[in-house]
Design a protein around this ligand. Structure first.
Ligand code: GDD
Length: 429
């Protein structure tokens, strides 16, 4: 039996995703025409004996309720949203819902000690918990990871990838044994270079992970008690502000348990990116569109037939969108529901959200056009296309109006603005 848990965070996270996260929880922002979290959920369908997918977060229940029921029906995977009352950290969130997650495993539930291990031998196959960060974009090679995890026999297997040495410090850097794949050393976002192998935020655990998390939590409690009775706090400033039930998987679990034959790594050679900013969401939309060629070719628009627009490269067009046959679209374009694309419009590398109108002969390049916005005739909304730069793509928030013949370059426009003059390198508040 296997369960999958996807960490979706909450409204206080994802601030770098503004202004797009002002309208919609970041995990529901569409990439390649599907909510961000659909991509890992779809990948979970490849897990053998999957009983349930849980989304754990601290967004309001109602923000996920509709989504969860529609995605469960659409993908025929049971999905359930579990709301934390406050952030517990990536490991604390998992631990908080341990009883639910292990629901069908009464033997494992009754105790978190080494008894589990011996009991489990009688059960035969151990159960597996897949844990996925919602804000990563990759091919999620879960069956391959599972096979590796089984052969290692540890309590956890981490998906890792090699990145450029310059970019590694944005992630958890790690060192693994090249032969046994054991995790030997782990440092979260280190200031000085440790390794170009990084943590992808995708894991497989055995239920023993709960013992490890509980260990950290009780250690914190002991320290807190000690602090109350002595001046211990002054000696341990780093631990002063962390509540006992706040446990981070990376710093609090992986770092101290590295080199103890508990964690192993599985390296992917496929694509992987982290989705913290709107710029990266545009890049990742393109990566998922490219993946559709292999996984869901029916989702890609084809330019066949005289009635259709000219399509080049990977393009997603929602069935309810209306695209004029003389428009030219692609590559890396995704057009959401009820959008209208006028005659002679040219769209390259962009995400067009629900209800947008792009009028005749307008051009959109390297941009995200927010819900119900409108772009006037002969206007241009564009950017240089540097996904990592703050103004590397142009973003229009919800209900922005760009009037006819206006040029918007390398800019961010907050919701409900009307632009009647051209702008460049500006943030319009
Ligand atoms: N439910 C819940 N509760 N989710 C959380 C919480 C929490 O308290 N804190 C974080 N998350 C979710 C985020 O939404 C995200 O999907 C994931 O957990 C990881 O977020 P962070 O803990 O903020 O870490 P990070 O994204 O900066 O870095 C982590 O992921 C990288 C890979 O994407 C680290 O593990 C890095 O080492 C790793 O490289």
């Amino acid at each position: 039996r296997a369960v999958a848990v996807i960490m979706v965070g909450g409204p206080t996270k994802g601030t770098r995703f503004r202004p797009l996260s002002l309208n919609i929880p970041k995990p529901l922002f569409p990439l390649a025409g599907q909510p961000m979290v659909n991509h890992p959920i779809s990948a979970c369908k490849q897990i053998p004996n999957l009983a349930q997918v849980y989304l754990i977060g601290f967004y309001e229940e109602r923000e996920f309720a509709l989504f969860v029921s529609s995605i469960s029906n659409e993908l025929r995977v049971p999905v359930r949203y579990l709301k934390e009352d406050k952030p517990h950290g990536s490991a604390g969130g998992l631990y908080n819902f341990r009883d639910l997650i292990m629901e069908d495993n009464p033997v494992l539930l009754s105790s978190y000690s080494h008894v589990i291990y011996s009991n489990n031998r009688h059960i035969g196959e151990r159960s597996h918990i897949f844990l996925l960060n919602c804000d990563v974009c990759c091919s999620f090679p879960l069956p391959e990871m599972l096979e590796a995890h089984r052969s290692y026999g540890g309590i956890g297997t981490i998906l890792v990838i090699k990145v450029s040495p310059e970019s590694a410090n944005q992630f958890g850097e790690l060192v693994a044994d090249p032969v046994t794949n054991e995790l030997l050393h782990y440092t979260e976002k280190p200031e000085t270079f440790v390794s170009d192998r990084i943590n992808c935020g995708v894991y497989i655990f055995t239920p023993d992970i709960f013992t490890a998390i509980q260990g950290v939590s009780s250690q914190r409690k002991d320290r807190a008690t000690l602090r109350r009775v002595s001046s211990f706090e002054a000696l341990q400033p780093a631990n002063r502000s962390l509540p006992t039930d706040f446990v981070r998987l990376d710093q609090d679990i992986l770092s101290p348990l590295a080199g103890k034959k508990q964690f192993y790594v599985y390296e992917t050679m496929d694509f992987w990116e982290q989705i913290k900013t709107p710029g990266m969401s545009l890049k990742c939309s393109g990566l998922y569109l490219a993946q559709y060629r292999f996984t869901s070719p029916h989702l890609l628009a084809s330019g066949d037939g005289t009635k259709n627009a000219t399509i080049s490269g990977d393009v997603y067009i929602h069935p309810s969108a209306k695209v004029h046959p003389t428009a030219k679209i692609g590559p890396n374009v995704s057009i959401s529901a009820n959008a209208r694309i006028g005659a002679g419009a040219r769209l390259v590398s962009c995400i067009i959200l629900d209800g947008v109108e792009i009028k005749e002969n307008a051009v959109v390049i390297h941009a995200i056009v927010g819900w119900k916005s409108s772009i006037g005739r002969w206007s241009r909304v564009q950017a240089a296309g540097d996904y990592n730069a703050k103004l590397g793509i142009t973003i229009l928030g919800e209900s922005v109006t760009v009037e006819d013949e206006v040029v918007v370059i390398n800019s961010i426009v907050l919701p409900n603005k009307t632009l009647n003059l051209s702008v460049q390198e500006e943030i319009i508040l």
